[in-house]
Design a protein around this ligand. Structure first.
Ligand SMILES: *Cc1c(COP(=O)(O)O)cnc(C)c1O
Length: 365
């Protein structure tokens, strides 16, 4: 007995967890600063925590009313119809829903390289294939419509990520319009806005009224601090919004997650504090790291360090977990998430020390 041929499938490589690393190194997890998964260093909104606590006694019931309430609340936030909000288990779940709704076996998607690995993974799960467009270090990872369109060859879904993970670069609104207007009729443009709260550009949700070939992905995992509860959504045009009923995994968005997301949406103070900290931290990284960094619209900064795997390992031994971006195709870079002020300063000290110690001149002395 064997599963189907999975040789084209790669396992997702997550940032390592503090407990996991602590166990390996014989350290106390509390002594570790985890800056490898772009999580919210302030934790979840206290209102979301209260919602989880008060909902705990009712998890014997399938999530139905809470899902409807969350859908309505998100629709109200954006001024769109509730049918246009596809709530899912994380934005990853929404990526799967788009794959299910759009891909026939053998269909292709076009994705950024380097880029978020779940786009091609999801396409392959749905018997599709992926090819890439370059976001090039030589151009400081600048994203343009031309860069996407020059690689475009009639794929069924084109993904753009803004702000882009792992580089932090953003794709301006006019470029998004150009792409939407240049694609063939059968191609969907999926705009991944997992980090949009941290950027200062307007959301592409505003484009849904004008274009029926644009979908926007959002998540509660980053700025809202609810990564562990797995809630995200796609905002889609009215023209095909009813496909959700046919592709949605029943009850995939869980009861506590829906309740927590509802509470988080009303806690502006927590959201603003989270955004403020991230904007401060990314500037602090640019100003104080002794290695090249790139401007970031997200809650993380990409740094060029030489041997990323050695730097990430050494930094981890000194208590700061960062993300080696080799699995993104950038083996000379690491991605450091924005922490609290204290965590961010500690990360700068450790990273600067590690890089200095690992310089070839240092070892020759
Ligand atoms: C984190 C992230 C997501 C979604 O994460 P979920 O936790 O599944 O909501 C989507 N796209 C990018 C680029 C991300 O970095």
């Amino acid at each position: 007995m064997q599963p189907r041929d999975l040789s084209a499938h790669e396992a997702y490589v997550p940032g390592r967890g503090a407990e996991e690393v602590a166990r390996d190194l014989g350290m106390n997890p509390e002594d570790l600063t985890k800056l490898s998964s772009n999580e919210n260093p302030h934790g979840p909104s206290p209102d979301a925590v209260a919602a989880v606590e008060s909902g705990a006694a009712e998890v014997n019931v399938y999530p139905k009313a809470s899902h409807t309430d969350l859908t309505d609340r998100i629709a109200q936030k954006w001024g769109i119809d509730a049918s246009q909000v596809w709530v899912s288990a994380g934005a990853d779940g929404a990526i799967d829903y788009l794959s299910r709704a759009f891909l026939e076996p053998g269909d292709e998607i076009l994705v950024p390289e380097p880029g978020f690995s779940y786009y091609p993974m999801s396409a392959r799960y749905h018997h599709g294939e992926a090819s890439g467009y370059r976001i090039s270090k030589d151009d400081d990872f600048e994203q343009t419509a031309d860069g996407v369109l020059s690689a475009y060859d009639g794929e069924r879904i084109v993904y753009v990520t803004t702000p882009h993970n792992p580089t932090g670069s953003t794709l301006p609104r006019e470029e998004i319009r150009t792409i939407a207007e240049s694609l063939d009729d059968h191609t969907l443009l999926a705009v991944d806005e997992a980090y949009a709260e941290y950027a200062d550009h307007p959301s592409s949700v505003e484009l849904l009224e004008e274009y029926d070939n644009v979908a926007v992905l959002r998540t509660f995992s980053k700025a809202y601090g609810l990564a562990g509860l797995r809630i995200g959504y796609a905002a889609v045009p009215e023209a095909w919004a009813d496909a959700y009923a046919r592709v949605n995994t029943p009850f995939a968005a869980n009861e506590l997650g829906c309740r927590a997301a509802l509470a988080a949406l009303d806690d502006d103070e927590h959201l603003e504090r989270s955004i403020e900290t991230a904007r401060w931290a990314r500037e602090y990284y640019h100003d104080h790291l002794d290695v090249p960094t790139w401007p970031s619209g997200g809650n993380f900064v990409l740094c060029e360090v030489g041997d990323a795997s050695a730097v990430a390992a050494a930094s981890q031994e000194r208590g700061v977990i960062i993300r080696d971006t080799s699995s993104f195709g950038l083996p000379e870079c690491v991605r450091v998430s924005c922490g609290t002020r204290e965590e961010t300063k500690r990360a700068v000290e450790v990273l600067n020390d590690v890089v200095a110690d690992l310089r070839p001149e240092a070892t020759e002395l």
